[in-house]
Design a binder for this molecule. Sequence first.
Ligand SMILES: Nc1ncnc2c1ncn2[C@@H]1O[C@H](COP(=O)(O)OP(=O)(O)OP(=O)(O)O)[C@@H](O)[C@H]1O
Length: 274
Amino acid sequence: MNMSHQSLKVPLIQFENVAVDYGRKPDIVRALEPTNLAITEGDFVALVGPSGCGKSTLLKLAAELLKPSEGVIFFGGRELGAKPVRVGMAFQSSTLLPWMTIRDNVMLPLKIVPPFRQHYRAKRKGEYRDKVDALLAQVGLQGFADSFPWQLSGGMMQRANLCRALIHEPDLLLLDEPFGALDQFTREELWGTLQELWMSTTTTVLLVTHDLREAAYLANRICVMSPRPGRILDDREVPFARPRTVEMTYEPDFTATIQHLRSMIVHSPKEKTL
Ligand SMILES: Nc1ncnc2c1ncn2[C@@H]1O[C@H](COP(=O)(O)OP(=O)(O)OP(=O)(O)O)[C@@H](O)[C@H]1O
């Protein structure tokens, strides 16, 4: 067998029988049942499911903010933690630092994350500034690089937040309800922006969302989780052509997908009580 073809098949990140318990005896909460999930490089996977089913827990595991209670996570075929993984993250509330301009906020990972930080103080500062400004322009924030976060609307702040999550070319982009606090129209605009950013990079994305339209617009693959303790009930490809548009989300195939996802979540077994 062709080795390069074989290596392409190694998932970027793979959860093998990964379970998570929070707390200590006798007050242990099982958040995640032993779970298997493999994500290929360049894929865009959405996690959906009822509140408290363990979506953010899976994201925290991928970000190495949490260790599994059981099972193993592999990254590029090696156990997660064996070598540094470049991760980008964005959450529902933008975590831009209020005393820094938008450019400096977006620049931050380049000052912190290897290998960029080694070059920052040397000659690359101007080069990095151009890189930041180009990314800001790509998301429609040209002219706002010298503004402060409080001078921007919620949608603009989330655009800047996405830039900061992507500027250091992460291997893995982790998004936890990134547009959850935005109004519907701004959210839909941001779907387009994120789709464009993803299509222009090779970043692998894991998105947690409650919005099924958002999941089906953005993702290549949707995993539906059960109520706590979470497990993956359904794992399906999203076949719609790219680039996707908001209009497509009202077409029959798309709405049928949403209805199917919704019924799986609504009719899934109830959360287990302790
Ligand atoms: N630090 C913690 N200690 C105890 N229990 C926790 C802790 N963090 C999360 N949990 C519990 O684990 C379960 C999964 O939490 P998690 O945040 O992963 O769910 P979620 O699906 O992201 O929820 P939501 O959609 O409401 O954000 C929940 O029942 C939660 O109460």
